[in-house]
Every structure is written in C-alpha cells, then in structure tokens.
Design a binder for this molecule. Structure first.
Ligand code: SF4
Length: 480
C-alpha cells in the first residue's frame, strides 16, 4: 500500500475504555482541548503537510474513526500524544493503526515519552519514533527526512537494526511568537465539545489557551521533561491577537490560561492588560500565579482587564512538608496574596496535594486548618502521583510504597503511600478534606452566588448531579 509521506493523523488517547468515559467524573467536569497537538497540526499545515486530529478524550468511542481515516487517507504517520496514564492506550491505538495500514510509522510524544525516553523502546515494539521535548519543528523534520535519514533529525528516538538511538535535545528552542495559532478548527466540535471545570468560568463558549512554555522552578513533584527549565512566552501583542482571533472566529468569551506561571514576566502582563483595557474584547480570563509574582497593583490592573479567577499552588499547608518539596515555601506570604486577590474581587482557587512523601495525619490536619482559614472559593485536591521525570521519581521507593501502574497514574488514585500511612487512611482523609470544604457556610454561599455568576455551571451540575454526588460520596473517579 502506498502511503502519503505528507500526511499525519494526530491522536490524543483517552487512557481507558471508551465505555467508562461517561462515568469518569474528572472528564465530565473538565474536557480541555489538546493544545499541544493542535499547535503541531497548525505548524505542519503552514509548511505544506496535511495534519488531522482525533481527540479520543473529547470523543471517546473513536477507534472506528481512526481506522476509517487511516484507510481513506493512507497517511505515512500516526502521532500519539500521551500522558503517563494514557500511554498504554496509545500503544493499543498504534497496534490498531499498524494492523489497518501496514507500513505506517508511529510517533509518540508528550510528557511520558520525554521523561522515560529510550527506556520505553525495548518494551514496546509498536513505537517507531519518539519525539523528545517540544514537537512542532521536530515533527516537521521527522516527516520530511526521518524515514530516509533519522539521524539528521534533532530531538527524536528511532530504531536502527535491533537498537534505538536518541539524536539529542533540539539545540534551538522555538520562538513562540513565530508559531501559528493552534489549529482549533481541527478539533471536532470546538469550542462546544470542550469544557472548563465546573464553576471555573462566568460564561460560554470558553477555552483554554497557552501563552508560555516552561517554568524556572524545580518542585520535587513536577515533571518538566517536555519544556525543561526554560521559560519562553508570547509577547503581549501576540497574545492580544490570539484572543481576538478566538473571539472573532469561535465566539470565545472566557479564556483559561493554562500557563504554569502566567505573571512570571510582569511587563508582558502589564502590556497585555493595557491592550485589553484600551481595546476591550469583552472577554474574561483565569490564570495560575505564584505568590512571588503577584502584587496588589498588578492584580488590580488584571481585574480591570478581565481577570475572573486566579489559581495558586498551595500543595500543603504544613510548612515543614512544603519546605521539603519546593523553593520559597512561605505560607504566610501565600496566605497574604490569596487574601489580597480575593479582596480585589477575583475568585481564588487553591491547588492542593495529598499524600506527598513525608505526609502524615498531623501534616494533613495542619494543611486543612491552613487552607480553611483562607478565602479560597474553590480547590482541587490531587492525589500525589510520582510521575516519571519529576525530581522525586528517582528515589520514590525509599520514601514509601509505590505501585507504578501507569494507567492509574492520573492523580485520582493513591498509587503512592508515604511511609507511616496506609492507603485507607489517605482515602478517609481525602474524603474528609472535601467534605469539610463543602460543609462550610461561606463556601456553600459562594456556590449559590454562582447561580448568577456562572449559570452554565449550575446547568451542567444539575445535568450530571448523579455523577458529582457519587464522587462526593465515594471519591472514586470511575465508579461502576
Ligand atoms: S509545580 Fe509549578 S512552580 Fe513548581 S516546577 Fe512545576 S510548574 Fe514550576
């Protein structure tokens, strides 16, 4: 069968059986567009390649669509962008593709392969190539010359004879302002098939968007294998144009900036806000910030420009535990900044973790006391998961019991249990954390105010009340 070397199908695997997707509470609550492969698709198309996308997370039952596409279009490549929990599903899709179209080359990308690199190749014969690091230019060069001369393509792992070779990291990072906007139009049903977390937006349609790559910090639990320690960002004017495009082309009215550190470069945020104030787009936005990179003057300006909610990584309210895992572990500063953001009129969201190495019942109780003393409107409590590529992964087995079952490594399962604790104890404290949050009158009132601040969230809540209540009751993501 003759395959087209200028064509690729990019797939974002679901990570578990399609039949379970309707019961997955985290999927019901939040479906984010796969911005990484949408950016790669736009880059490839700009250079004369044809790239299409099938997002199995947004459309779970997609095996038939993948097979039909491959048989009709006969692309020479299929690209699979995988997290740790979706990697084995990616392998399953690669097998399906090779069976449907013999000779097709599989290319794996995403954090899991960037973290584990060559280690995956002996175990998974269905991997032909892996892209290590950011994918746009590497994928383009791989499609152009990778079949004839893979050694000439920076940033890939390829097979040769019975061996596999890494060509090394790409030397020249991409200039983000030179990238086209992601190919949102290639995501079926965009923007309506995607949803931000419930109660995290004032209006629809809404979307996530990325305006920077990388983070200069090195928290022990964070995998930064794809963008590593660099911090690169779009200029204010690029960002403003990007939002205007989303507004004009898709009618987007609210943006969730998915950047790790939206305010790390203060000047760019000031310029961006100035543009949003002088030439309003009638859009609002959320972003994540670190306490060191936010102050009252900036928050006031951002609020004027449309900021609606800010998330802050708290992780734990136990100062000693926090100091073991990240730099500048100043909980007083963090508390002051959260109060300041709230008093400026924004919603605040705390990002928390349970079960870090060193955790104990006492540290968890200290954490709850701290968090519930703050004006945090919403929070996300992740079950600590030691991802490949995070600094702590290398010696994690010395710090507790680790069941490295990739499919369950999605921050919704206790795959790691710190020394001195049990899985049952963690489960009970997790339930108590959420229950205490929802029982506080102030918090309940905040959710009531969402009736007029985010009416669509209440409609979604009502539609999926069974799943949400079941989660509140069992804290189990895929409860049968
Ligand atoms: S957790 Fe946040 S601040 Fe820490 S390294 Fe990761 S992205 Fe950076």
């Amino acid at each position: 069968m003759k395959l087209d070397r200028k064509k690729i199908l990019l797939v974002y695997p679901l990570g578990y059986s399609a039949e379970a997707a309707g019961r997955d509470i985290s999927r019901i609550a939040n479906i984010m567009p796969p911005l990484g492969i949408a950016s790669i698709a736009a880059y490839l198309e700009q250079r004369g390649m044809r790239a299409d996308i099938i997002d199995c997370y947004a459309r779970p039952d997609s095996d038939r669509s993948i097979r039909d596409y491959l048989l009709a279009e006969k692309p020479a490549f299929i690209g699979l962008s995988c997290t740790t929990s979706s990697f084995l599903d990616g392998i399953r899709i690669a097998q399906l593709a090779r069976h449907a179209v013999p000779g097709i080359k599989t290319i794996f990308g995403g954090p899991h392969v960037s973290a584990l690199k060559e280690l995956l190749f002996p175990r998974f014969p269905d991997m032909d190539f892996a892209v290590i690091g950011e994918g746009e230019e590497t994928m383009y060069q791989l499609m152009q010359e990778g079949l004839d001369d893979p050694a000439a393509v920076e940033g890939i792992i390829y097979r040769e004879g019975g061996d596999h070779l890494f060509t090394g990291y790409r030397q020249k990072p991409l200039v983000l302002d030179e990238l086209p906007f992601p190919a949102y139009e290639k995501l079926a049903g965009y923007p309506h098939s995607y949803m931000l977390p419930i109660f995290n937006y004032p209006r629809t349609p809404n979307s996530s968007c990325i305006s920077s790559r990388g983070c200069p910090y090195s928290c022990t639990y964070c995998d930064r294998s794809v963008f590593r320690r660099s911090f690169r960002y779009n200029s204010a004017s690029y960002l403003y144009e990007h939002l205007s495009y989303l507004k004009e082309r898709f009618g987007i009215r609210h943006i969730n900036f998915y950047d790790d550190q939206f305010t790390f470069n203060r000047q760019r945020v000031e310029e961006f806000c100035g543009m949003m104030i002088e030439r309003p787009l009638d859009m609002t936005f959320n972003c994540a910030v670190r306490a060191e990179h936010i102050d009252r003057e900036l928050v006031t300006l951002m609020r004027k420009a449309g900021a609606w909610m800010m998330s802050l990584g708290i992780e734990t309210g136990d100062p000693e535990l926090l100091a073991q895992h990240r730099q500048n572990a100043d909980l007083e500063l963090l508390a002051d900044k959260i109060r300041m953001i709230k008093s400026a009129g924004l919603r605040t969201k705390g990002l928390l973790m349970i079960g870090l190495p060193g955790e104990s019942e006492e540290s968890l109780r200290r954490s709850m006391k701290y968090v519930f003393s703050l004006p945090v409107d919403d929070f996300n409590l992740a079950k600590f998961t030691p991802f490949p590529g995070s600094p702590i992964y290398d010696n994690i087995r010395e710090l507790g019991e680790f069941d490295e079952d990739w499919e369950k490594m999605d921050c919704m399962n206790f795959q790691f249990v710190p020394k001195g604790m049990t899985r049952e104890q963690l489960g009970q404290l997790f339930d108590e954390y959420y229950a205490t949050h929802f029982k506080r009158p102030k918090v309940l009132w905040q959710y009531v105010t969402m009736l007029w601040r985010s009416p669509d969230s209440w409609i979604r809540f009502a539609r999926n009340a069974g799943s949400f209540l079941k989660f509140a009751w069992t804290a189990d993501r895929l409860k049968a």
